[in-house]
Design a protein around this ligand. Structure first.
Ligand code: FES
Ligand code: FES
Length: 172
């Protein structure tokens, strides 16, 4: 009989107690145990970014992290960012700018994109934030570099960058 250990993940605002094999990744806990299949498994080795989720507001590859390491952590998946009736601004921008084709990478791209804009803002003094976000070339280079861990086999990169620039501009 496999050994299991208790862990409580706070997923999309709700406590989700689980009893897991200690080897279970956060990705498998979300998909296989909590049935939140929005988070995708691509490579399962930290190479593609399809499994990106937010942990306490920061993005991680959930395939590289054990669920037991996240007891009490706030996990946000694509299902927690917005709803079909009330999309998150980044989700709405991806729709507006056609930021996907097959859609397999999209949940990870959107979670990453939300975190990237926060990362850029956090690293820039507040008095120049609006200026940075308003300068498409500077912010585009920074955003593209920070999104380089999210692979899109369909090549929707330029539309994804447009969607992010749109959100960045709207918030600036
Ligand atoms: Fe996690 Fe590819 S599935 S990085
Ligand atoms: Fe198909 Fe990105 S939209 S892999």
């Amino acid at each position: 009989m496999p050994v299991t250990m208790p862990v409580t993940l706070k997923v999309n605002g709700k406590d989700r107690p689980l009893s897991l094999d200690p080897r279970t990744t956060l990705l498998d806990a979300l998909r296989e145990h909590l049935h939140l299949s929005g988070t995708k498994k691509g490579c399962d080795h930290g190479q593609c970014g399809a499994c990106t989720v937010l942990v306490n507001g920061q993005r991680i590859n959930s395939c590289l992290s054990l669920a037991l390491q996240h007891d009490g952590d706030a996990i946000t998946t694509i299902e927690g960012l917005g709803t079909p009736d009330k999309l998150h601004p980044m989700q709405a921008a991806f729709v507006r700018h056609d930021g996907y084709q097959c859609g397999y990478c999209t949940p990870g791209q959107i979670c990453s994109a939300v975190a990237v804009l926060d990362e850029i803002r956090a690293g820039v003094p507040s008095h120049v934030q609006a200026d940075l976000m308003a300068r498409p070339q500077a912010s585009n280079i920074e955003m593209r570099e920070r999104m380089s861990g999210n692979i899109c086999r369909c090549g929707a990169y330029s539309n994804i960058a447009d969607a992010m620039a749109d959100v960045a501009g709207a918030k600036a």
